[in-house]
Design a protein around this ligand. Structure first.
Ligand code: HEM
Length: 299
């Protein structure tokens, strides 16, 4: 992600522009490729790939809810169909690859799923892409928007990174425990901008007698055992919570450590538009753009 952002900023300056980067584009690629590596053992999208842009657009378009109901349904079927098609092509590639394989390499999640179903049902793996990509990228976009809007907080977060990481070193997962200000920034972002503010509604499918308590059909139930509410609660809490926790911190730390950020065009921090758009997740209505200026070379 850091490299893609740097390349994009350089290309923009070479075109004589000021080097503004469309942040959600890169923030989306990062968790998408991360899940790609977990499930399929490879990066799926590059910063310029056609599928990357199409998938991103399909997720956004398919889940825009401020329109008449019929149109929402039509749109969702069409755009989610596009996203599923892209996803299915990755799986078909794998099925072809497996046929040509001479040796058995170490299995990844997709191998296990394909073996299990025999037919290549891919819904479990798709759920991870849908559930893990936009939630993570929109959280990062809101975090950066809040930091750009609050230069004092941006300064404190960077000072903490310089103190903990030092001048020239690769950021590691183990550093996160020592970045308490950054952790507070993430928690505050999740409080102000939960990706799924209404969580996922759960209804009982049939009337149930639970230890003498009658729970009617279609009764809306809420979770228990609350941990970090933006991730839900109880048995259906986000399965990616610990991964998301690590990824968001690591990515934000890298963005702030490797780059200085400016808004450009003499734009003041208060002028950042913070309006929201309700889709699969609550995203920024106007995608966040900022100028990245490299401050630390990648080791
Ligand atoms: C900041 C990032 C994330 C946020 C805010 C978030 C939030 C949530 C929420 C609120 C739910 C619904 C919980 C409920 O039904 O009560 C959920 C479900 C889920 N999340 Fe996440 N999530 C994030 C990242 C991830 C990641 C990185 C993955 C996986 C790679 C992931 C995988 C899932 C899956 C598979 C479900 C469905 C679980 C189920 O239905 O049982 N999430 N997430």
């Amino acid at each position: 992600m850091i490299r893609y952002i740097e390349e994009d900023a350089v290309a923009s300056r070479e075109r004589g522009e000021e080097g503004k980067v469309n942040l959600p584009h890169f923030f989306f690629l990062m968790p998408f490729n991360l899940v790609g590596n977990l499930v399929l053992s490879r990066d799926l999208l590059s910063s310029r790939s056609k599928e990357g842009k199409e998938f991103f657009d399909a997720m956004n378009e398919g889940a825009t809810y401020i329109r008449p109901c019929q149109e929402i349904k039509r749109n969702m079927v069409r755009e989610m169909g596009r996203a599923m098609k892209i996803m299915s092509s990755f799986v078909e590639d794998r099925i072809d690859e497996v046929k040509l394989r001479k040796e058995k390499p170490t299995k990844d999640l997709l191998d296990a799923l394909l073996e299990h179903t025999g037919e290549g049902t891919i819904s479990n793996q798709n759920e991870m892409f849908f559930a893990g990509s936009e939630t993570t990228s929109s959280t990062m976009e809101w975090a950066m928007a809040e930091l750009l809007r609050n230069p004092e907080s941006m300064k404190k977060a960077k000072e903490e990174l310089d103190r903990v990481i030092g001048v020239y070193r690769k950021i590691e997962e183990g550093d996160m425990d020592n970045l308490s200000y950054l952790q507070a920034v993430t928690k505050e972002t999740l409080r102000l901008h939960p990706a799924l503010p209404l969580l996922i509604p759960r209804n009982g499918m049939r009337e149930t007698n639970y230890f003498g308590y009658l729970i009617p059909r279609r009764h809306r139930s809420l979770g228990q055992n609350f941990e970090l509410i933006p991730f839900g609660s109880g048995r259906r809490i986000c399965v990616g919570i610990s991964l998301a926790h690590k990824v968001v911190h690591l990515a934000l730390a890298s963005l702030l450590y490797y780059f200085d950020w400016e808004l450009g065009n003499n734009m003041s921090p208060e002028a950042i538009d913070m309006n929201k758009r309700f889709g699969i997740t609550v995203i920024k209505l106007i995608p966040l753009e900022a100028i990245s200026k490299k401050r630390v070379m990648y080791p």
